[in-house]
Structure formats: C-alpha cells, structure tokens
Design a binder for this molecule. Structure first.
Ligand code: FES
Length: 652
C-alpha cells in the first residue's frame, strides 16, 4: 500500500510516511517541532495537534474523514479524565491512515517564539537548558546487580537518548523512595547546560509530574535588583519584581563600594552577604506573587556590571578600583545555586552568569549585545544603556566596540534639586511654550497634561512630588529650545528671558515648573546646579560614544538605541537637543527598554544564545575611556548644549 502524504502547519514541512505511523513519529522524522514529555505514552498531552479535513487547494490535497485512526483507548481515557479540546488529538496516539494536513498549535511546539512587547529586540526562541523527562525504569533484579541510579541512566539513554547523566548526593538520597513510590515510573528534571556539559538531575518526582519548571532572569544593578520569573516551557513572564540593592548603605555608587571594600577588612564579605540575602528575598517574593513553589525554580541567569559580578561571586573587587582594572574572571560561569547561597530556590538549580567584556564593561553590557544584536546589524548602530554608568556599544556585523562612561546618577533623577525616582507623582514629560515660557507637564500615574481639565483632581492622590530622570532631560532640552538656557548652559534672568517663571537663587537663576505651596506640596524648579549636573552626565555619555566613533573612523551613525529602564522613556528629540547622543535621523532613535534584562531572559530561555554571546563577547573590542586623552577633549566639547563643535543637521 502506498505511503500517506503528511503536511504539517505552520512549518509547511511535508513528507510521506507508511500508513499507520503515529503523528508524533512522523513529526520527529520530518523535523517538525512537536513536544512530548512522556515519550509518547499518552500521559503528558504535550503532543496535541489539530488535524484539518476537507479540501486544501493550497497544498493540493483532499483530506478524507478517516485520514487519522479513530480514538484508541488511551485517547478515550485521556478525554474522559482530563478532557481533550474539540478537534484536538494526541499526536502520539493518532496514526496517519491517509493524506493529511496537521496543525501544531503554539503550545505544542518546544521551540516556540515568545511574543515580546518591545519593538526592537530579537525574538526569544524557547530552547531552555532544563526540561522534564518522564521515564520508566527497570526494576532491580537479584541477577542483575546494578544500582537504581544506573538503571535510571539506562532508561534516560534508551527512552530519551540522553547520555552522560550525573546527580548530586541529595538527589541520590531521594531516588530510591521516589522510584518505589512511582512504581518505577518517575519524572526527572534534567539540565543539559551548555558547552556539552554533562546532563544533571535537578529534581525527581514519582510518576508523571504535572507541574512546570521555572527560571529567574536577574538584572543585578548597583541601585536596583530586578527579576523576572519565567515559565521554562513557554517563556512567559509570570511575575516581575524589583528591590533596592542593599549594598547602597555601603556606598551610593560602584567606586564608593570598591573603596568600602578597600578601607574595611571584610567589607566585601558584608556586601556579598547583603546582596545574596536580597536576591533570596526577591526570589521568595516573586514565587509568592506568581503562586508557585520556589523549589520549582531550577535555573537562574544573572547580568550585572563587573563590581556587582564580583560581589555576587564573593570575589573582592579591589582590583576593579584601580588601573588596569583587571577582572578576576571574565568568561561566563555556571554554578549550583547552593554555591552562591541562593537558598530560596531549588538547591540544585543551575546559575548561569553571562560573560563580562572588560573591567568596566560587564555582563550587563554583554546582555544588551545579546538582546540588540549589533554584531548582526547591517547599519552602524550605537547602543547606549543609560544608568549610573553608561555602557556603550557601537558597530555592525563587521566590528563592534564597547566602552563605559561615568555619567553619574543625574539621569536617574539623583543629585537634581527636585529630582526623584520614577514613581507616581514625578514629572516625566515637559513642554515649554517658546513665546510665553510657560510649562505644561505630565506626571507618572496620570494621563492628562497639567493644563487639561481634571488634572488637579486626577493628581490629588499622588500630588506632584518632583521630577524624574526623563523629566529632567526634557526640562533642560525644552529650556534650551525656548531660549531660557544659553548654549553654555547658563539660565538667564527674568529680565533677559522675559518671564516671571525665572526666579533668583543666590547669584544664579532657576526656572519654576510648579509651585505646590497651595496644596502643601513642594516647589519644583530646575536650578543652575541641575543644569550643570545634566551637562556633566550628558558630556560623559556623548564623549564615550564619540570616542568609539573615532575608533571606527566614522562621524555619523545610522541608528541609535536607548536602553536601560530609564532609556525607555527618553524622547529622541530631547536627547538630541541636549546633545546626549550624536546626530542621527530622529526616526532611527529608538528605545529598547531594559535590554540587559531582556538579554538575561534570552539566556535563560535559550541555551544556544549563551554560546552565541560568549563568542560575540570574545570579538567585541573594548575601549578604555579612563586612559584615553581624547575622551577628555570630547568631554569638554560636549559640555555645551548641544555641542561646541559637532553639528546636528538632523534636528533641522
Ligand atoms: Fe505525552 Fe503524547 S507525548 S501524551
């Protein structure tokens, strides 16, 4: 009898198989991505497919009503006990009896793409290092004196083609009771790691385990620690949470923490303890938010700057405080959670730390490269991750350069007189009428502009409390555009500018945005000191970018990506009026949100991406701003608004 034609959608893969072949087997043979945890035993239901019947002119086939075998006992039982959605079949049970078109729904694909909200960065394709495997293990036998673990390994090899499996003592301790409880059927969580590492047993359950495995992607910043809890089957983010980095009490910025370690014997140990404690608290909180058992968190990825990296690992960061800024280790690292005292999650969970690029350019920058892929770009792209230190990448598929630049915390609203963190009540957008010099603004938590009806009522609950990072950037840029500030950054007097909004402050002037005295709120101004702080920060950022452009011998970039939690909110036009970033077509200046966090998620969900970023980091050329005399020169020229020398033709 002739073979049957089978066409899988959406992949379009097609081929002929002998009649009677199970759909799952056909999918395997044709390289179609169809999931299975139980190995075709009709238990896991991960292999569900939707056959199509009738005419398929596009594929040139007619699918008869009996193209698949009738339900067998396994499918009937599954439907009775668990319910099978209408039109669905279990791919491991249904057999192909005639020409057929079979759709694999997204939830049945292993390597499904995760839909992301951000517009710019790459898609995440699921290929996690840790997966569940259901196995049936041979019972012990007086005549065959092998251990239970050896028989488990034999079963994994035979039923799943996974060889070279190892397990820690705590797994071996629970293996015997678990095997017996499950009557020699168990579900194993295996981590296959990267670099052809041996597969490791992370957990073992009796019988078929219905639950899921989870991972944490952690962006360990000097100010905040942010974590995303991901479902390792579909990449879905179940919960996100952040806490302040408790190391702040040892020093606001990175260098002051390095000095703390230098000045206080054991100071590094204290800081390591503090940050690990905060990560444990965060893991507990996020698991609680998502309503999952933290023991099911079996993978964690970290991205962080070099100082945070060393303090997480328990390595004294003193060498990072002085030239030549040597890292103790720069390559990617993998550990058991217990080695880093991450006791809130499964003790056998695997921790992966992305590689660092150089002494000042950390795994967070590597993660940005992983998310934004400058190494695959046809056009010349500048990526700036704005934080207390700006991390800068410039390049295209031929070459990528990286540096970091000490912007200080002004872009985050710190060291600004009315500055505050981005939180409800903070001014985040601002416009100034060029004629009247009157401001209108928006605050976080309210959709209205300040001159729209209902604004006062809408903000009554939060009040108007200060100005956040994106707000101060827009404010300074708008002040420049309205002629309130001159190119050197000097705020004019009320007489010069012709507006009562200008108020004297000692020997300088300040621009009054909002006087909250009537409601008992603060008076929000932009002072001369604020302008100077923003000038310093933006000069450092611009000088870093310019230095990389020199290095590549270019004077224009095609595209600019603003990354960082705060980068998501900066307007391209205002960034350019200020001269934070070099001239580029405005429509090509885009925000990527927290690209470092995205990179951590990609590395969590896709094991091949780890090898990719390790290879890319090896090819990124680092430029050290601290020892480069041209950096100083660029820094001084960039102090003017927008710049003393460079032109901004795209601003028009
Ligand atoms: Fe598990 Fe079909 S593969 S039910």
């Amino acid at each position: 009898e002739q073979d049957a034609l089978v066409i899988f959608t959406p992949s379009g893969k097609r081929g002929r198989v002998p009649r009677g072949t199970p759909v799952l087997t056909a999918a395997r043979q044709l390289g179609v991505d169809l999931d299975s945890v139980c190995g075709g035993r009709g238990i896991c239901s991960k292999c569900q497919v939707t056959p199509g019947y009738g005419e398929f002119p596009k594929h040139g086939v007619h699918v008869a009503a009996d193209a698949l075998s009738e339900w067998n006992q396994v499918e009937e039982r599954y439907d009775r006990v668990r319910g099978l959605a209408k039109g669905r079949r279990l791919g491991c049970q249904a057999r192909i009896m005639g020409d057929v078109v079979i759709d694999v729904p997204p939830e049945s694909q292993v390597h499904k793409q995760v839909v992301r909200k951000e517009a710019t960065a790459r898609a995440i394709v699921m290929d996690p290092a840790s997966r569940l495997y259901y196995v049936e293990v041979a019972e012990p036998d007086m005549h065959e004196p092998s251990g239970d673990f050896e028989r488990l390994k034999a079963a994994l090899k035979e039923q799943w083609q996974v060889a070279d499996v190892e397990a820690d003592l705590d797994i071996l301790r629970k293996l015997q009771p678990t095997l017996r409880k499950g009557e020699w059927k168990v579900t194993v969580a295996l981590n296959k790691g990267n670099h052809d590492a041996r597969a490791r047993v992370l957990e073992v359950w009796p019988g078929f385990f219905e639950g899921r495995l989870y991972g944490l992607a952690i962006d360990l910043g000097s100010t905040t620690i942010a974590a995303h809890l991901c479902d390792l089957r579909n990449g879905q983010v179940l919960a996100s949470a952040g806490v302040m980095n408790p190391q702040i009490r040892f020093g606001e910025d990175l260098m002051s923490r390095v000095s703390y370690a230098m000045m206080n014997p054991g100071g590094d140990v204290e800081m390591t303890r503090a940050v690990r404690g905060a990560i444990n608290d965060l893991a507990k909180e996020i698991a609680k938010d998502a309503g999952i058992d933290p023991q099911l968190i079996v993978e964690t990825t970290f991205v962080c700057n070099p100082v945070m990296h060393h303090l997480l690992l328990g390595i004294d960061p003193v060498e990072l405080g002085q030239a030549p800024f040597a890292l103790a280790v720069s390559e990617s690292l993998a550990f058991d959670a217990s080695e880093l005292e991450l006791s809130a999650i499964n003790s056998d969970a695997r921790v992966y730390i992305l590689p660092c690029i150089a002494g000042h350019v950390g795994a967070d920058c590597a993660a940005v490269a992983l998310a934004e892929e400058p190494h695959k770009s046809e056009d010349m792209v500048l990526i700036v991750d704005v934080g207390t230190n700006a991390e800068i990448l410039l390049g295209n598929k031929d070459k990528v350069l990286a540096c970091s630049s000490p912007t200080g915390p002004a872009f985050e609203g710190a060291q600004i007189s009315s500055g505050q963190r981005a939180a409800p009540g903070a001014i985040e957008r601002l416009q100034i009428d060029p004629e009247t010099k009157a401001p209108r603004f928006k605050v976080i938590g309210c959709d209205l502009w300040s001159d729209e009806a209902g604004f006062a009522e809408a903000t009554a609950a939060t009040g108007i409390t200060g100005i956040c990072g994106s707000g101060i950037i827009e404010a300074v840029a708008e002040m420049r555009a309205a002629g309130i500030v001159d190119p050197s950054g000097l705020i004019g007097s009320a007489e010069q500018v012709g507006s009562p909004r200008l108020v004297a402050e000692g020997r300088t002037h300040a621009y009054l945005i909002h006087d909250g005295a009537a409601e008992g709120g603060p008076r929000i101004t932009v002072t001369q000191g604020d302008i100077r702080a923003i000038q310093l920060a933006k000069s450092a950022l611009y000088a870093g970018a310019r230095l990389l452009m020199d290095e590549l011998g270019i004077d224009k970039v095609d595209r600019v990506v603003l990354a960082g939690a705060f980068g998501a909110h900066i307007s391209a036009k205002h960034a350019m009026i200020l001269g934070m970033i070099p001239d580029a077509p405005l429509e090509n200046v885009i925000s990527a949100g927290n690209a470092a966090g995205t990179g951590a998620r990609i590395a969590l969900c896709n094991v091949a991406a780890r090898e990719e970023i390790e290879a890319v980091v090896g090819r990124i050329h680092k430029v050290e701003t601290a020892i480069e005399p041209r950096f100083q020169e660029h820094f001084v020229n960039a102090n003017a608004l927008p710049h003393a020398v460079d032109a901004f033709p795209e601003l028009g």
